[in-house]
Ligand binder design. Structure first.
Ligand code: RM4
Ligand code: MN
Ligand code: MN
Length: 396
């Protein structure tokens, strides 16, 4: 029995890759202020360097998500530089994130803006992102739209749906056959009355309208309180419309807290849906696992290592659910048996097996401890301290 669990965990972790966000290594904060960290990354080179530390120590984070405006401010002209960084730091560029929420022009929206010139500007930026993704050989273009309005009656919501459909179709038309468009939703913030893509249903319909290479991206922090996220995942799996995740945890809103710090059972339940789907259908769900967290109080690299380790633990727990037993208990409506089978996996201490797995893959058994001993933090603190006295222009 023990042997079998180990095998399941090894198999699961062997293929579990987690993408890190470049913006998670930079100085960020709340709208009330930023607490500057002397070791924060300010350049794309520093972001690559920090992300590569997490990969070296965990062996599970071979890609870094890039925000074009922050990381490739000169667009395609910065691609060569990024390629050099990929080589130098041994990690690749992952999802390419357009940024159509920060410029003054986007005050009343980007793709949903009533002004056709601004919609065009947003489209052209997203198309640049498709081209950047193409030349960096990245599969996913992952836009998040801040579009919405703050007061009832001030915008035509139906018109804006049509604008989104139109633009996303155009973007989709430029994808190469291996690329995907991931449509992310968020219920509110920065818009506080209506948000154009507020939930998974809207994202689903827009992705459908865009074309067959468009899928939904689930950011775990982008839901109302107590929403059943695993049920959303189940629906998206059923329709083969799930493209990926932005992982983080939340207590109140889009809090960007460390995954599993508030509700690890939630993450376990999401992973379970994915494993159970694979077990039942015999097909692996093609899901991109990405972190979307900005830690403004915790040390950024340490928090990322913590996140990756937590994700691995919860993924491993979901991998050891006895699917056959669970399915038969569900079929017979043996509620206690089903629930205990489920809970049993969640409460297993998988950490000793994960430590062995790490050992067998030549990475430190304790990535956080190894990071603390590596001296990397002291080195970058000394190098970056002087420059990091003012907040950088990043709002993640
Ligand atoms: C948003 C959203 C996006 C991320 C930005 C920076 O809240 O989660 O995925 O790109 O933040
Ligand atoms: Mn996100
Ligand atoms: Mn978010």
């Amino acid at each position: 029995m023990i042997e079998k669990l180990e095998e399941k965990i090894y198999r699961a972790l062997d293929t579990f890759k987690i993408e890190l966000p470049s913006w998670g290594f930079a100085n960020t904060g709340t709208r009330f202020g930023k607490f500057i960290q002397p070791a924060a990354a300010a350049t794309v080179e520093e972001k690559f360097s920090d992300a590569s530390q997490v990969h070296v120590l965990t062996g599970s984070c071979p890609t870094i998500a890039l925000h074009v405006q922050w990381d490739l401010p000169n667009g395609l002209r910065d691609v060569e530089r990024v390629r050099t960084l990929e080589q130098k730091h041994g990690i690749r560029s992952g999802s390419i994130n357009p940024n159509v929420f920060q410029d003054q022009e986007y005050k009343y929206g980007s793709v949903g803006n009533p002004d056709p010139a601004i919609r065009k500007r947003a489209l052209s930026h997203i198309l640049d992102c498709v081209a950047i993704a193409g030349s960096l050989k990245c599969r996913d273009i992952s836009p998040w739209f801040a579009d919405g309005s703050n007061y009832p009656g001030t915008q035509n919501m139906r018109d804006r749906i049509a604008y989104f459909e139109e633009t996303l179709k155009e973007v989709h038309g430029r994808l190469s056959p291996n690329q995907r468009l991931l449509v992310e939703y968020k219920p509110f913030e920065p818009a506080f009355y209506h948000t154009d893509i507020a939930d998974w249903g809207m994202a689903f319909l827009l992705a459908r309208a865009a074309g067959s290479q468009a899928f939904v991206l689930v950011d775990t922090g982008h839901h109302y309180q107590s929403q059943n996220i695993e049920q959303i995942v189940a629906w998206l799996l059923h329709h083969r419309m799930i493209g990926g995740f932005h992982f983080n945890d939340r207590r109140y809103a889009d809090d960007d807290l460390t995954l599993g710090s508030i509700d690890p059972y939630q993450t376990f339940r999401i992973f379970h849906e994915i494993f159970h789907y694979s077990w039942q259908t015999g097909s692996i769900a093609d899901v991109a696992y990405m972190v979307d967290q900005s830690h403004n109080l915790k040390g950024k690299i340490e928090a990322m290592i913590q996140t990756v380790c937590t994700a691995q633990e919860l993924y491993a727990k979901a991998a050891i659910v006895d699917h056959a037993l669970l399915a038969s208990a569900q079929q017979k409506c043996n509620l206690i048996e089903a629930e205990e089978c489920f809970r049993d996996a969640f409460w297993q201490d998988v950490r000793p097996v994960i430590r062995e797995w790490r050992h067998s893959h030549g990475v430190p058994e304790d990535p956080l401890g190894a990071f603390r001993e590596s001296g990397y933090l002291e080195k970058i603190t000394a190098e970056r301290r002087e420059r990091n006295t003012e907040p950088a222009a990043s709002y993640a």
